[in-house]
Design a protein around this ligand. Structure first.
Ligand SMILES: [Zn+2]
Length: 265
């Protein structure tokens, strides 16, 4: 019917416009979507699936910000502004090479829609409460970045493992803990919904890198003096699963909440 033609044209024009604005907003996002990209699941990591096929060259195509780990569970990964770092169990941060691989990583192209100055001192719990007050409820995905000065940040990293791999909970017992004091640096990570349990860490999961980019790790505790908070909200989550035998035959059906708390908190 001729009367439909202007409508169809309008929809086409809107689609073209939408595609163009998305591409402009996220010029390096291969998918053109503003989504979290994740390789494998946290439950697989808890079960000792520590070798993945995904290279960091490929991971970088899906985000410039995020966290994760490395094959053989060789330390903690933190990324922001397109720079990826590996904090090994010696506490030192090393730049990540393209050919390194990951068994678990979560990234996105960080384009925050909300920024706030944090002027009063905050501990980890009160930082989480402050963020929870700002976001649109507990059921979306939030990427969180804080740049600031900290009276202390307690981090950990994990030692490189040899096969046959022990579960993450056992490795975490041998983690190295670092007490960084009076440091400037960056927190980068995510707040995931409770229902994402099994796929990722429910609630907050942050990694830290000092301003001189020499140290950091998985955050266990912190005291922030002042800083800036940036939050990037998305309703899109892209999960890519491994297809190797270690993943295919891992027991991923049971509730790992207790083990997760012991391994990640
Ligand atoms: Zn971590």
């Amino acid at each position: 019917m001729p009367s439909e033609v202007p409508f169809v044209r309008a929809v086409d024009a809107w689609r073209t416009h939408r595609r163009r604005t998305q591409v402009e907003a996220h010029p390096v996002d291969a998918s053109g979507l503003h989504e979290i990209f994740q390789s494998s699941t946290v439950n697989a990591l808890l079960e000792g699936v520590y070798d993945g096929a995904m290279t960091y060259e490929e991971l970088r195509r899906h985000g410039d910000f995020g966290l994760g780990t490395f094959n053989a569970l060789d330390g903690e990964m933190i990324a922001f502004d397109g720079a990826f770092y590996q904090v090994k169990s010696d506490g030192v941060a090393y730049p990540v090479a393209d050919e390194q691989r990951t068994p678990f990583a979560t990234v996105l192209f960080f384009r925050p829609e909300l920024e706030r100055a944090l002027d009063a001192p905050l501990d980890y719990a009160s930082l989480q409460t402050s963020i929870d007050r700002l976001v649109d409820g507990p059921n979306l995905f939030y990427a969180v970045r804080v740049d600031g000065h900290f009276t202390s940040v307690t981090t950990r990293s994990v030692p490189r493992q040899q096969p046959p791999y022990p579960p993450l909970e056992d490795v975490a017992k041998k983690q190295t803990v670092f007490h960084l004091e009076n440091v400037r640096g960056t927190l980068a990570g995510f707040r995931f919904p409770d229902y994402a349990r099994g796929l990722n860490v429910p609630g907050f999961h942050l990694h830290f890198l000092t301003e001189d980019r020499r140290a950091g790790g998985h955050v266990l505790d912190l005291h922030l003096t002042q800083g800036t908070l940036a939050i990037d909200t998305t309703a899109r989550f892209h999960l890519e699963l491994p297809t190797d035998p270690a993943f295919l035959h891992a027991d991923l059906g049971h509730d790992n909440s207790e083990a997760l708390n012991r391994a990640e908190r």
